[in-house]
Design a binder for this molecule. Structure first.
Ligand SMILES: NC(=O)c1ccc[n+]([C@@H]2O[C@H](COP(=O)([O-])OP(=O)(O)OC[C@H]3O[C@@H](n4cnc5c(N)ncnc54)[C@H](O)[C@@H]3O)[C@@H](O)[C@H]2O)c1
Length: 262
């Protein structure tokens, strides 16, 4: 029996995942439904999928799918995870920031008995952090470097009255917790929330965000210090052509997780 897949969010990530499923996973799965607040995006995506999926609401999509892929926004991802898990549907969540509003789900995921799956995103080192958590972990820090265009439109810039176009050298834009970081940069720093879920939590995971007109890649450096010693990881990510806020590796991580699940 083919797995019935529903995709919520038909932007850079949702479209590329759909394309991969149609090309490479059609023997095991079928995209039965898609959903997006932007009807142009759903029409464009559905035209490229055979057989054509149903364009529908989030609720109906969850009902019709065995496996739901969320690639939309932290504003809705918590609700989607909750509904899908309640209905015993597998769900892959990319906008992990939204899970912070549902602490009971974070606890369920960490305890390993939910149907909610979290890809590693555009970082590496989560396996090492999980191992390190067996002992005492003293600090977890993620330092992210993104080009100006990748941060444009963030609520942080508006709140702090920062004109991103006027930044002319490497600048530390933000330093604080993962919890505040995702509030200020909801489309940019889901990786910090993913990291926090595997480690010390959103209030004890440190985040630094730099930008510069000279940056062309999304770079994430992670430093973990604990009883085990210390480790550092660094990913230097090529940007998705469709959305400079998103790294290619994040899209690949969703596809890799999906293949594991199938
Ligand atoms: N976990 C990670 O490491 C990681 C990495 C990159 C991106 N992300 C997150 O994954 C999500 C998708 O990324 P993307 O690059 O495809 O973004 P995108 O902006 O290209 O696409 C998002 C799509 O979702 C739609 N959308 C927004 N709100 C919606 C809602 N309430 N209901 C239905 N559709 C809605 C938009 O119209 C858009 O088409 C984003 O939230 C992004 O922050 C996570």
């Amino acid at each position: 029996m083919k797995k019935k897949i529903g995709i919520i969010g038909c932007g850079a990530m949702g479209s590329q995942i759909a394309e991969y499923i149609s090309r490479n996973l059609s023997d095991k799965s079928e995209i039965v439904a898609i959903s997006d607040i932007d009807s142009q995006k759903t029409i464009k995506l559905s035209n490229g999928i055979k057989p054509k999926p149903l364009i529908t609401t989030i609720d109906e999509l969850i009902n019709k799918s065995d496996l739901v892929i969320e690639a939309a926004s932290p504003e809705v991802s918590g609700e989607i995870a909750e509904k899908a898990d309640f209905l015993k549907k597998d769900v892959l969540i990319m906008s992990t920031g939204g899970l912070l509003k549902k602490q009971h789900l974070v606890e369920k995921i960490n305890a390993g008995y939910s149907r909610i799956h979290i890809p590693s995103g555009a970082i590496c080192g989560l396996d090492g952090l999980k191992s390190a958590m067996t002992g005492v972990v003293k600090s977890v820090t993620i330092t992210t470097r993104k080009p100006l265009k990748g941060l444009a439109g963030s609520p942080y810039l508006k709140e702090k009255n920062i004109d991103i176009e006027k930044i002319d050298k490497e600048t530390l834009l933000y330093s604080g917790t993962a919890r505040d970081a995702i509030r200020y940069f909801p489309q940019n720093i889901n990786v910090a929330v993913t990291l926090s879920m595997c480690g010390l939590g959103a209030d004890r995971t440190n985040v630094k965000i730099f930008t510069s007109p000279g940056y062309t890649k999304n770079t994430h450096e992670i430093e973990v210090v604990g009883e085990f010693g210390k480790f550092w990881t660094k990913t230097e990510n090529v940007l998705s052509e469709a959305n400079p806020k998103t790294s290619k590796l994040a899209i690949f991580s969703a596809i890799a997780k999906l293949k594991e699940m199938l």
